[in-house]
Design a protein around this ligand. Structure first.
Ligand code: KG4
Ligand code: ZN
Length: 346
């Protein structure tokens, strides 16, 4: 079964072609960094305009790379929930046009489902339900219990900045450009992670929520007040603080939920320190960590196609009347927010 997946949730226009849920035949991503750079952040109207300019060309490029034609497509999946509203509209309109013209099923995907399925795509044989999923990206940081296909419970989330957002803001302040996660990681390789004792926000709190705004501010304050500093040491110490919080809270969630399988997803899941620290610390507690392919961590169409493959079978196709939502519950079930008092220190 060949599925075209489209993601236009934020500032990347992407189309992927996936066969049978896991075989990535193409994954084309067009970045809009240049269009937003002058504004110091993503401008929603510009994002929608750029998606409109790129979408047809990106879909065609993905189909050419995968060597498929419209008649080879069995379904089209699209992120229609969670993201910038006008950006979502562009991808959904393109997906509907293709579904209508080709007479194939349309599958609407919550953007976070795309991230979750990026892990399942790589470990379909072994990543059994239920499992814990830490999704850590530029717009999200959350812990989910994934009960079954399309069935999720929210265990905790960030109360302010997402972890990737903190990476981006610190990177910008260090003059490393946007997005800055990869640049911070590269710089940190030459730095001393113990040079600065940055705070680990909410690490001792007996809940599963996160907060990264205070950590970001602590880094900014240091950069504003210190007479001299090594950028490498700042990057390494900051990255270590983020990893410590994410790993501690994830293992606390695994213990509280009685889950030994942990998936790591989202753009920040590319980060080598986070990958290795989570894997090592989880193994000490008898847990196994499942990682997505690095090429499927950042927003992309292939993960949406992968999610579409599974959710088409488990949830069915969507009507051509599906809409878009900037903030949406995950799956057809409402995301349950569990009371923090349930959790104790791991
Ligand atoms: O998943 P994604 O493309 O967007 C959202 O759904 O939000 O994630 C993008 C985020 C950016 O904040 C970027 O700085 C971060 O992922 N990122 C990284 C690394 N590569 C990308 N963060 C830390 N280390 C990296 N190597
Ligand atoms: Zn994302």
């Amino acid at each position: 079964m060949v599925i075209l997946g489209i993601d236009t949730t934020c500032d990347d226009t992407s189309a992927g072609i996936v066969a049978n849920g896991s075989q990535v035949l193409a994954n084309v991503i067009s970045s809009q960094y240049a269009a937003h750079e002058a504004f110091g952040g993503i401008v929603p109207m510009i994002a929608a305009r750029e998606h409109t300019r790129q979408i047809g060309h990106i879909i065609r490029a993905a189909m050419q790379e995968a060597q498929v034609t419209f008649s080879d497509l069995d379904a089209v999946a699209v992120s229609n929930n969670q993201g910038l509203l006008l950006s979502l509209v562009v991808g959904v309109s393109a997906a509907k046009s293709i579904a209508l013209a080709c007479g194939i099923p349309l599958v609407g995907i919550h953007h976070l489902e795309g991230h979750i399925y990026s892990v399942l795509m790589a470990h379909e044989e072994v990543l059994r339900f239920p499992f814990l999923c830490l999704t850590v990206a530029g717009g999200h940081t959350l812990l989910l219990r994934v009960e079954d296909h399309g069935v999720y419970s929210l265990l905790g989330h960030t109360r302010d900045d997402a972890a990737g957002e903190a990476f981006d803001k610190v990177a910008r302040r260090l003059g490393l450009g946007y997005p800055g996660g990869a640049a911070i990681e590269k710089l940190a390789k030459q730095g001393n992670a113990a040079a600065y004792a940055f705070p680990r926000p909410m690490i001792t709190r007996s809940n599963l929520d996160f907060s990264f705004s205070g950590l970001k501010t602590a880094v900014m304050n240091l950069l504003d007040s210190a007479e001299t500093f090594r950028k490498e040491d700042v990057a390494a110490s900051f990255q270590q603080a983020v990893a410590d919080v994410l790993v501690t809270k994830t293992l606390r969630a695994a213990k509280s939920e009685g889950l030994a399988r942990i998936a790591l997803a989202g753009g920040v899941a590319v980060n080598g320190l986070l990958r290795s620290q989570l894997t090592t610390e989880a193994a000490k507690r008898g847990c196994q960590v499942y990682l997505p392919a690095p090429s499927l961590c950042m927003d992309n169409g292939a993960m949406v196609a992968g999610a579409g493959y599974y959710l088409l079978r488990h949830r069915g196709a969507d009507p051509l009347t599906i809409g878009v939502r900037a903030n949406a519950p995950l799956g057809r079930l409402q995301v349950k927010y569990r009371h923090p008092a349930k959790y104790r220190s791991a």
